[in-house]
Design a protein around this ligand. Structure first.
Ligand SMILES: Cc1cc2nc3c(=O)[nH]c(=O)nc-3n(C[C@H](O)[C@H](O)[C@H](O)COP(=O)(O)OP(=O)(O)OC[C@H]3O[C@@H](n4cnc5c(N)ncnc54)[C@H](O)[C@@H]3O)c2cc1C
Length: 394
């Protein structure tokens, strides 16, 4: 693989950088970790998504017919890198672009593609993902939410948990059991659910950062038309696996780590301890050198996933490797940053003594969650062992 970019690709990177310089919200502190998903912050996300939509940049690699620009996967990677490096507020469309859209492109009818992909790229809708249940996380195929066919409709009853952004979302990708008699992987269907449908209750779950990011969702006789079904009835498990492959590819980005590394290096250069610059302390230098190597490796693993996508392949254990390494790497980087700052590193963003706006402390808590979302480290290791290395099921 040739890791160098072409001159057109380099020019595209510069174009994205220039645009970001002019269009990032003025008061944006370049730090999503200091902000809650409150309505005011959400307006910033939505406003930024609208600006991207005006340039057809919500999902620039999607086909022109669906609101994209048909850019190459490598250009999309460059685009994602710049967004991550500048910590742009792209949360409004991230689930829609990252994993709903790609799954609908593979399995949707032409009508579903027109309706949903166009709305995502116009930044008109936000999506959430209703997969996990109280007793079905790692073992997702055990899910119990039921969808029962009734004439031209399905009626949904059950509960989901950890649904990120459900309190703000317009639509939801939902897994529900349609055949309780079939083996557990073979009785699940995949639905595209309008969150305004009567019978849906969303309750907040407050995370350890004290943020309202995810929720519980309850379904009581929620009636949806049969054209909300994606693909064939009882084939939902296989489509969900595709969604998770896309999800793990998106979570794996390493570039946010590069930006944090640069910030902690700058901090270590500017800060003195016992009359010496922190950056001249050997243990600090060793931590930073390790972190620099890991950021580089993480980026190459992301490139591997992107390179497969550019060849029309759906990465599988390769996404798991990138996801596992990159979430772990970002967690170690956040920890290294906090330790380099000493006790100040543990302060929260509101403290007047906090260095670097409390970003490393926030990142440490955030990445702990990220390592679980989309499948825990143990589950990623199982996938790598079985599908990557061909080892027998443990
Ligand atoms: C920040 C965040 C956001 C999330 N957003 C969403 C969302 O939007 N939509 C959604 O549907 N879900 C979401 N989730 C849920 C997430 O997918 C689940 O938490 C995850 O799949 C783990 O499931 P669980 O919590 O039920 O843990 P469990 O599956 O109960 O796992 C508990 C422990 O047992 C281990 N374990 C389980 N099975 C095995 C095995 N076979 N081998 C080895 N170890 C095993 C796990 O690794 C873990 O350490 C989110 C989670 C987080 C943290």
């Amino acid at each position: 693989m040739d890791f160098r970019l072409t001159s057109e690709e380099e020019a595209f990177r510069q174009e994205v950088r220039d645009w970001l310089r002019d269009n990032l919200p003025k008061d944006w502190q370049e730090d999503r970790f200091t902000r809650d998903r409150d309505p005011e912050t959400w307006n910033i996300y939505r406003g930024f998504a609208k600006k991207l939509a005006a340039k057809r940049w919500v999902a620039p690699h999607w086909p022109v017919d669906y609101g994209g620009l048909g850019l190459s996967v490598i250009q999309q990677l460059i685009f994602n890198e710049e967004m991550a490096y500048h910590q742009a507020p792209i949360g409004y469309s991230s689930i829609g672009v990252g994993w709903v859209g790609p799954t609908v492109i593979v399995y949707g009818t032409e009508e579903q593609k027109k309706k949903h992909l166009g709305a995502i790229t116009a930044a008109e809708v936000m999506w959430c993902q209703g997969f996990s249940e109280p007793n079905a996380g790692s073992d997702l195929a055990s899910l119990q939410t039921r969808a029962v066919r009734d004439g031209d409709d399905y009626i949904i009853n059950g509960q989901k948990i950890w649904t990120s952004g459900a309190h703000l979302a317009d639509w939801c990708i939902l897994l529900a059991r349609t055949d309780p008699e079939a083996p557990k992987h073979k009785g699940i269907s995949y639905f595209l659910l309008d969150m305004k449908t009567p019978g849906i209750t969303v309750r907040p779950l407050i995370d350890m950062m004290d943020n309202h990011g995810f929720n519980e969702m309850f379904f009581e006789n929620v009636r949806i038309p049969k054209d909300c079904l994606l693909g064939q009835e009882n084939q939902g498990w296989y489509m969900a696996a595709t969604t998770l492959d896309f999800e793990r590819s998106s979570i794996g980005g390493a570039v946010g780590g590069r930006r944090m590394l640069e910030e902690i290096v700058e901090y270590a250069r500017d800060t003195r301890h016992n009359g010496k610059r922190l950056i001249d302390e050997v243990p600090v230098r060793v931590r930073l050198a390790d972190a620099a190597l890991e950021v580089e490796i993480g980026q190459l693993l992301s490139y591997r996933v992107a390179s497969m996508q550019s060849r029309g392949l759906v990465p599988n254990y390769e996404s798991s490797i990138a996801k596992l390494f990159n979430t772990d790497m970002q967690l170690r980087l956040a920890k290294a940053g906090m330790e380099i700052m000493g006790l100040y590193g543990q302060l929260e963003p509101q403290s007047k003594y906090v260095p670097l706006r409390g970003k490393f402390e926030r990142q440490y808590l955030w990445q702990t969650g990220m390592s679980v979302g989309g499948g825990t480290p143990e589950i990623q290791r199982n996938i790598i062992a079985m599908r990557g290395l061909g080892l027998p099921r443990g």
